[in-house]
Design a protein around this ligand. Structure first.
Ligand SMILES: C[S@@+](CC[C@H](N)C(=O)[O-])C[C@H]1O[C@@H](n2cnc3c(N)ncnc32)[C@H](O)[C@@H]1O
Length: 220
C-alpha cells in the first residue's frame, strides 16, 4: 500500500475506532514493555506510535524526568494521542507527524535515544528493512531496540491461525508478503543486536523481539 493510501486509511477510517478494535492487544503491548529494562529518566522513541496504546506503560517506566518521542505519518492517529496526552496531563511527550522512513532525530535537535520501539508498524510499511535500520541508528550504543509485530506461523496446524491473523492484518494496511517479511526483520535484529531475545504469541503469529545495540558487529 502506498503512503497516501495508508495515511488515508488511518486518518479517515481507522483512527476513531482504533483504540476499541485494538483493545484486546493492550495486554501484549504491556507485556512487551515488561520484557525490556526501561529506566527512570530514559528517552524512548516510538516509531509508528499511533494512538499511543503502549505509552501508559512506558511512561510508568521513564517517570517524570524521562521523555517519549512519538512518530507517526497519520495526523488522525496523532490527534487521538494528543487527546490522551491532555487527559493524562503528560508533560514529557513530543510528537512528530512524519514518515519513519525518512525520520531523522537530528533534524529536530534530538539526541540518540535509550530505547527504540516499533509495535505493529513495520508490517504496514513496504520495504521496511531500512526503517528497522533507521530505528537502530536512532538508538545509542548499548540502548534497547524492540519490535513487536505480526508474522507467519510455522506451526504444523497453523493454517487457520495464519489465515485469521493475515486476514485481520489486511484491515490495518498489511498483507501476506509484509507478514512474511517479519522473518527478515527478526533475522536482521538477531544479526545487529546483542542479547537478542524473541517471544512468540497468538499461535506464533505475533512476535516480540528485542536486544541491545552493539557498536561492533554481532557474530551470526
Ligand atoms: C497498526 S498501527 C500501530 C499503532 C501503534 N504502534 C500500536 O501498536 O497500537 C500502524 C501505525 O503505523 C503508522 N504508519 C504507517 N506507515 C507509516 C510510516 N511510513 N511512517 C510513520 N508511521 C506510519 C500508521 O499511521 C499507524 O498509526
Amino acid at each position: 500500500m502506498r503512503n497516501r493510501s495508508i495515511t488515508n486509511l488511518y486518518d479517515l477510517v481507522l483512527s476513531p475506532y482504533y483504540d476499541i478494535i485494538q483493545s484486546h492487544m493492550v495486554p501484549l503491548k504491556q507485556r512487551s514493555i515488561d520484557f525490556i529494562d526501561i529506566k527512570k529518566g530514559d528517552t524512548v522513541l516510538l516509531f509508528c506510535c499511533g494512538t499511543g496504546l503502549e505509552i501508559p506503560s512506558i511512561n510508568d517506566c521513564v517517570g517524570d524526568n524521562g521523555k517519549i518521542i512519538g512518530v507517526d505519518i497519520s495526523a488522525g492517529m496523532l490527534s487521538i494521542l494528543e487527546k490522551r496526552i491532555q487527559r493524562n496531563h503528560w508533560q514529557n511527550i513530543t510528537l512528530y507527524n512524519e514518515d519513519v522512513r525518512h525520520f531523522n532525530l537530528q533534524k529536530y535537535s534530538e539526541r540518540k535515544v535509550d530505547v527504540g520501539i516499533c509495535t505493529l508498524g513495520l508490517s504496514v510499511i513496504p520495504d521496511n528493512l531500512p526503517v528497522l535500520e533507521n530505528l537502530i541508528n536512532s538508538v545509542k550504543d548499548g540502548g534497547i531496540v524492540l519490535v513487536a509485530d505480526t508474522k507467519i506461523s510455522r506451526w504444523k496446524f497453523s493454517l487457520l491461525h495464519n489465515f485469521t491473523s493475515v486476514g485481520i492484518s489486511y484491515l490495518f494496511g498489511s498483507n501476506y508478503h509484509l507478514n512474511k517479511c517479519s522473518d527478515e526483520i527478526i533475522k536482521t535484529m538477531k544479526n545487529r543486536l546483542k542479547e537478542f531475545e524473541i517471544a512468540e504469541f497468538l499461535w506464533n503469529t505475533y512476535y516480540i523481539a528485542y536486544g541491545k545495540k552493539s557498536s561492533v558487529p554481532i557474530a551470526s
